[in-house]
Design a binder for this molecule. Structure first.
Ligand code: BEZ
Length: 337
């Protein structure tokens, strides 16, 4: 009997120890958001601080701070402070930088499915473009970055592409023949302009102003926001608001860091980037008329070119790029009306 009582007491102590251990490991297993994990992230992009992409980065920083109760802070490195986009993507992939807003144009050289976004005239306006972020195909394209150590989070839009000309009013695609035209160094964009008969010049943004001023180029592919922030109206007389292509930044994060976060913290990242991307597209859409007025008040002739005139070139683009990648074909099939 005495032995039995002693055995019962030992069992009770054993059970108590196990319960205590279980409780303490429960605390250790708390998600990072509850255990108060703190982060100071770095985010890099190429645009100046008055461009919408920088404002979207600031919105993202503010949203993260608010949604994480101050646990997630962001240092923003704008205007290519950390190097070219190739440098930045390398840094994001290795983890020395956490986030980037990188042009889909550059990303198309690392992950060809991003070419799909440059299908000419695929969307009516910025509102329709922004809605396309939330489609299966847009997400599948982001997923092609997985193998590069990069988590594709979302797309940030800051206005569609327009054409600026130094001193020739181009009224139809054929007028482009022989023009030295600045086009961002991305094959789908360059091919589109080649098909129009222009000679594409691969100039990065910081070299464009001097090139048009000195007559090295006759015109450029640009967005209205960058036209104003870089003062191209001082050196280009004509602005054709064609809105012929969209211009997404790919919002991305180092994949290893994202994967290690708790589900609750991943949700904070996902929702903060969505809020920033919505803010960017919605604000930019509401500025379209104001930007056109700013430019025409500054002396630039702002005009439109009928989309119908571009139809043969649209078809040429689709026939060339659709068959190169099933995701590009799916994109074209999804969005062409
Ligand atoms: C460009 O290279 O044309 C560009 C890049 C980033 C934002 C706007 C324009």
């Amino acid at each position: 009997m005495k032995g039995l009582r002693k055995y019962g007491l030992t069992l009770l102590i054993f059970v108590l120890i196990l319960t205590t251990a279980a409780c303490s490991s429960d605390t250790d297993a708390k998600p990072a958001s509850e255990s108060g994990e703190k982060y100071t992230f770095k985010l890099a992009h190429i645009t100046p601080t008055d461009h919408m992409w920088h404002k979207a980065a600031e919105k993202f920083k503010e949203e993260l701070d608010k949604r994480s109760d101050g646990r997630m802070q962001v240092e923003i490195y704008p205007a290519s402070q950390l190097g070219t986009e190739a440098d930045m993507v390398q840094q994001i992939s290795s983890g020395s930088v956490d986030f980037g807003f990188i042009t889909a144009a550059y990303m198309s050289s690392r992950a060809p499915a991003f070419t799909a976004w440059f299908a000419p005239y695929a969307f009516e306006d910025l509102k329709e473009t922004n809605a396309a972020r939330d489609t299966e195909i847009a997400k599948k394209i982001l997923g092609t970055l997985d193998g590069q150590g990069i988590k594709g989070l979302d797309y940030v839009f800051a206005g569609n592409r327009v054409m600026l000309f130094k001193d020739k009013e181009v009224k139809k695609p054929e007028d482009m023949k022989g023009l030295a035209f600045r086009v961002t160094p991305s094959p789908p964009l360059q091919d589109f302009y080649k098909s129009l008969g222009a000679s594409p010049e691969s100039l990065p943004l910081p070299e464009v102003y001097a090139a048009i001023q000195t007559g090295v180029i006759d015109g450029m592919d640009m967005d209205l926001d960058a036209t104003i922030t870089n003062k191209y109206h001082e050196v280009a007389k004509y602005g054709a608001v064609t809105n012929h292509m969209v211009w997404p930044a790919v919002a991305m994060m180092n994949k290893g860091k994202y994967d290690k976060m708790s589900d609750a913290d991943k949700k904070i990242i996902d929702e903060a980037i969505k809020a920033a991307a919505d803010y960017s597209a919605e604000t930019r859409a509401s500025q379209e008329e104001e930007f056109k007025k700013t430019l025409s008040d500054a002396g630039m002739k702002i005009y439109e070119i009928d989309q119908k005139l571009f139809e043969p070139y649209i078809k040429q683009f689709d026939e060339k790029y659709g068959p190169t990648d099933p995701l590009i074909q799916e994109f074209i099939d999804t969005f062409r009306k």
